[in-house]
Design a protein around this ligand. Structure first.
Ligand code: G3P
Ligand code: CA
Length: 247
């Protein structure tokens, strides 16, 4: 029988740095991933999109407007063209000169040191991204990689191309028992928005032997609302919050 854990027992969960150490650095940049490593993250979370020349880049939005000094769609620029934009100054002048990274460069620098949670961001708007990701990941061991998306069709494509890679279904809606059973037939993880955590869902996930990632926990109150459950990983912008929770 699945039980809520004793409130005095701090469960051990993996600390996942959301878009890198996004609370203190410009999200989805090399410096954000470097800082996450320094702050003791177990994994980094990042978002991927395709450029005009079919390169996989690390950026959350479909446009570069919010996180660079440029404007326009990611898919309207080649990677070389994207490199002219500054992806650091919008956050703080200190980070001037940061670029939108290639996924390959992030993997080459970090996959030996950190787990990597790769989110296929709106894959329906990035046709072919699954097979390009498969080709890109071929030289790497996928043991420490998890791929997540809200798009089930895209995750099914990934599963077919890479049967051994671990997959997380992103969920931001109230999960029904039948959804949980269906997900468990195909995938390994549910990546659940923290507001959707409750006893019924957590018990059913456990019973279905699905592993759980909870996102995005950024305050002590949010952490306190989920920490009693047997969860595998927590995604945060503020790694210090999770470090303190284990003291
Ligand atoms: O890891 C979950 C989280 O990244 C999903 O939301 O918008 O930050 O990509 P978002
Ligand atoms: Ca994400």
């Amino acid at each position: 029988m699945f039980k809520k854990q004793n409130q005095f027992f701090h469960p051990s969960f993996q600390k996942i740095a959301h878009r890198g150490a996004a609370g203190i650095c410009p999200e989805n940049t090399m410096i954000a991933f470097e800082r996450a490593l320094q702050l003791g993250a177990d994994m980094i979370e990042l978002d991927i999109q395709l450029t005009k020349d079919q390169q996989i880049v690390v950026i959350h939005d479909a446009t570069i407007d919010r996180t660079t000094n440029g404007t326009g769609k990611v898919s309207d620029y080649t990677y070389e063209e994207l490199c002219q934009f500054d992806a650091g100054s919008w956050f703080s002048k200190t980070f001037q000169g940061e670029k939108i990274p290639l996924l390959k460069d992030v993997l080459d620098k970090f996959y030996n040191q950190l787990g990597i949670l790769i989110e296929l961001k709106k894959p329906e708007k990035n046709p072919g991204i699954e097979s390009l990701l498969n080709s890109l990941l071929m030289p790497y061991s996928t043991d420490s990689i998890i791929i997540q998306s809200f798009n089930l069709d895209s995750l099914r494509k990934i599963k077919k191309l890479m049967p051994s890679v671990k997959i997380a279904v992103l969920v931001n809606y109230p999960l029904q028992i039948k959804d949980i059973k269906r997900i468990a037939q195909e995938f390994e993880y549910v990546s659940l928005k923290w507001t959707m955590v409750n006893k019924k869902v957590m018990s059913a996930l456990k019973q279905a032997q699905l592993r759980t990632i909870i996102w995005t926990i950024n305050t002590k109150k949010q952490l306190d609302s989920v920490r009693c459950w047997d969860i595998d990983a927590i995604v945060t912008d503020h790694l210090q919050l999770l470090a303190k929770s284990k003291e």
